[in-house]
Write a protein that binds this ligand. Structure first.
Ligand code: NAP
Length: 249
């Protein structure tokens, strides 16, 4: 008897947390689709996984480009027919902690275009493929920066953080998790938000040759909770977690 492969699409999987997640899930036997807007980087990432003995393909996917999203969904339907796991990992921050009173609207729009509208557009386009799989799961990369509970807690270090564009876009990601988890429960699809934690990637314009400050974890550690939610048996739905447990919304 042949078992159907587990097809996992990860956006922004050419580097950072997305690539670490892709490597781990390929090691666990998933056939990983490396979504990337940069074709060279995406192909190199997929080739690295294949060279290591895993199954991976590159999918051209700028999450702000609806045509590329639709083409990716068509390509996946034609070549695989379904998606078991969608990991909405692509993300960025365009703002740099300017006060809300002076943060340019265009900058905040960039945060929202990738982190929220891109995530929702990819999810909508992949839904027929997720519904074609048995018990599919969607994992949204959120952030403790998007937790309104932490932002409102004077005891939290996030109380003093001020980054309206990024924070609001990740709070919106959490709302997408809540909305989709309710709507898709009847289809047996789980939808969860994960905070990877402070991770040594190129996020926020960081250079990889910069010293790693105390408390900043490796990309593999940043991917740990995403991998756990992707692989766990009988996952809950509508949760917001990090490695040490649940987070306040
Ligand atoms: N690092 C942290 O401390 C941290 C903390 C909390 C949450 N997060 C979240 O974790 C996720 C992964 O971040 P990371 O730390 O791994 O950062 P990263 O190394 O900078 O990787 C981000 C990935 O997103 C991709 N991306 C950006 N805009 C895109 C677009 N329009 N279409 C498709 N892909 C796009 C990037 O592609 P390119 O290579 O082409 O730029 C890259 O592959 C993000 O959602 C981030 O918000 C990170």
């Amino acid at each position: 008897m042949t078992t159907k492969p587990t097809i996992t699409l990860i956006t922004g999987a050419n580097k950072g947390i997305g690539f670490e997640t892709a490597k781990a899930l390929a090691n666990a036997g998933h056939h990983v689709l490396i979504g990337a807007r940069n074709a060279d980087a995406g192909k190199a990432a997929a080739a690295g996984i294949v060279e290591a003995g895993g199954q991976a393909d590159f999918i051209q996917l700028d999450v702000t480009n609806q045509q590329q999203i639709d083409d990716a969904a068509s390509y996946i339907r034609e070549h695989y027919g379904y998606v078991n796991v969608l990991i909405n990992n692509a993300g960025m921050t365009a703002d740099s902690h300017q006060p809300a009173s002076t943060m340019p609207i265009d900058v905040m729009r960039q945060d929202f275009d990738v982190n929220f509208f891109g995530l929702v557009a990819v999810t909508q386009a992949m839904l027929p493929l997720l519904k074609a799989a048995d018990g599919a799961r969607i994992i949204n990369l959120s952030s403790n920066m998007g937790s309104m509970g932490l932002a409102n807690d004077p005891q939290s270090r996030f109380y003093a953080v001020n980054s309206l564009g990024y924070q609001a876009s990740k709070a919106a990601v959490n709302f997408a998790t809540i909305s989709f988890s309710k709507e898709l429960a009847a289809d047996g699809i789980t939808v969860n938000s994960v905070n990877p934690g402070w991770t040594a990637t190129t996020f926020g314009g960081r250079r990889l040759d910069q010293p790693v400050p105390d408390g900043m974890q490796s990309p593999a550690a940043g991917a740990a909770q995403v991998i756990k939610v992707a692989l766990i048996d009988d996952p809950a739905t509508g949760t917001f977690t990090e490695t040490v447990g649940p987070l306040p919304w």
